[in-house]
Design a protein around this ligand. Structure first.
Ligand SMILES: Nc1ncnc2c1ncn2[C@@H]1O[C@H](COP(=O)(O)OP(=O)(O)OP(=O)(O)O)[C@@H](O)[C@H]1O
Length: 367
């Protein structure tokens, strides 16, 4: 839960619509979101992510709604601030640039809409942040998908928004372009003071970018909280499956130069991870996929696995795959999830409350 904070966002919307096919849809949310960082709005296709974002933007009007952003009312009973009067930047799935204007022309258009003049320095900072210097003289048709999207993000920032809304900004890009643009989004997250609402159905993207997660299912909020907390849950349909995995936030504390490894310390446990060259003391986020965690009843000495730790089984939950099971473990203050076959669970006679050894085959650094 987000602490009561007058700078937070309170969004409550009730909106019903019926499909041509006859299947009705209702968005029914009442949530408090943090005033900074990236809040990911996550869920399967059709869960209502875009509808929620459009309600925040004022593009869609909920039959009943209340929206307060940092103490300012944008919607309440008979009051509905129109979209163009809301200080928001909106980045869509497809970069909607003006095709007849160059990159710089697109940016200049946004600057004209900003409430206060942008200094040359401010403009330069955004150009550098998004790495778009070399495409400013080009028309959008001569830019790659990733470049177009980065110009679109810069344009949204130059409006000087107090809230940035991003609706699947990477969805139209291929894998390589996504990888190219992700570091820019991570930089954006680190340098922006304003809150970002980021809609996505990609667990990978969210694991890398989000601080806070809201999970929608059929128009309602089924979970919300800090990324570590939400990703540690095994009962969420949207998060169960091949990509299930815990996200841990720690600090690098030691370096093993011979083996190119860095020791990352978490609340009560430590992991050795690949050295990505960051200074000791840096904050490091890792993702441990449930399929990369195996369990042993005793501490095995002869194993090639680098990261092993004692853990207690706290829950055993069904997986989307009939043959698999998710085991939730407490490792000190950290929660780990292991994805095992039902056969292994049975063979090892694992039960809730049992002490085991968790063996982590691979740890991905996500930031
Ligand atoms: N313009 C519209 N008219 C009628 N129904 C709509 C309209 N837009 C969306 N819907 C329906 O409303 C529901 C929520 O759609 P929404 O686009 O918000 O979901 P989503 O979670 O963003 O999905 P996706 O990930 O596929 O974009 C869906 O059932 C969808 O079919």
């Amino acid at each position: 839960m987000v602490a009561a904070d007058q700078h937070a966002i309170h969004a409550a919307f009730k909106l019903s619509r019926s499909h041509a096919s006859g299947e009705p849809f209702t968005l029914d949310v009442d949530i408090q979101l943090p005033s900074s960082g990236v809040t990911a709005v996550f869920g399967h296709s059709g869960s209502g992510k875009t509808t929620f974002l459009r309600c925040v933007a004022g593009l869609e009007r909920a039959q009943a709604g209340q929206l307060t952003v940092q103490g300012e009312v944008w919607q309440k009973e008979n009051c509905h601030v129109p979209t163009h009067q809301r200080p928001i930047g909106y980045v869509f799935q497809e970069a909607s640039l003006f095709e007849h204007l160059t990159g710089m022309g697109n940016l200049a258009f946004a600057m004209k809409r900003a409430p206060t003049p942008t200094s040359d320095e401010g403009l330069q900072q955004i150009i550098e942040l998004m790495g778009i210097e070399s495409v400013l003289t080009r028309l959008p048709k001569h830019m790659s998908g990733g470049e177009r999207q980065r110009v679109a993000i810069a344009r949204a920032l130059l409006i000087q928004p107090r809230l940035l809304l991003m609706d699947e900004p990477l969805a139209s890009l291929d894998h390589q372009r996504k990888q190219e643009i992700l570091p820019y989004l991570a930089r954006l997250r680190a340098s922006l003071k304003i809150p970002i609402l980021y809609v996505s159905h990609s667990v990978d993207e969210i694991a890398q970018l989000a601080d806070h997660v809201v999970v929608l299912e059929q128009g309602t909020v089924v979970a919300q909280g800090d990324i570590g907390e939400v990703f540690a849950r095994t009962d969420l349909n949207a998060l169960s499956g091949f990509d299930t995995g815990a996200v841990w936030q720690g600090k690098s504390v030691a370096r093993d130069e011979q083996w190119h490894l860095v020791k990352v310390s978490f609340q009560q446990t430590e992991l050795w991870v690949r050295d990505t060259g960051e200074a000791l003391g840096s904050s490091i986020r890792v993702r441990i996929l449930a399929r990369d965690v195996s369990l042993a009843r005793t501490a095995l000495d002869e194993t090639s696995i680098l990261n092993r730790m004692p853990a207690t089984i706290t829950d055993i939950c069904p997986d989307r795959d009939e043959a698999m099971i998710l085991v939730r473990l407490d490792c000190g203050q950290e929660v780990l999830i292991a994805r095992l076959t039902k056969r292994s669970l049975d063979k090892m006679a694992l039960q809730v409350g049992q002490e085991v050894w968790a063996q982590i085959k691979s740890v991905a650094i996500v930031r």
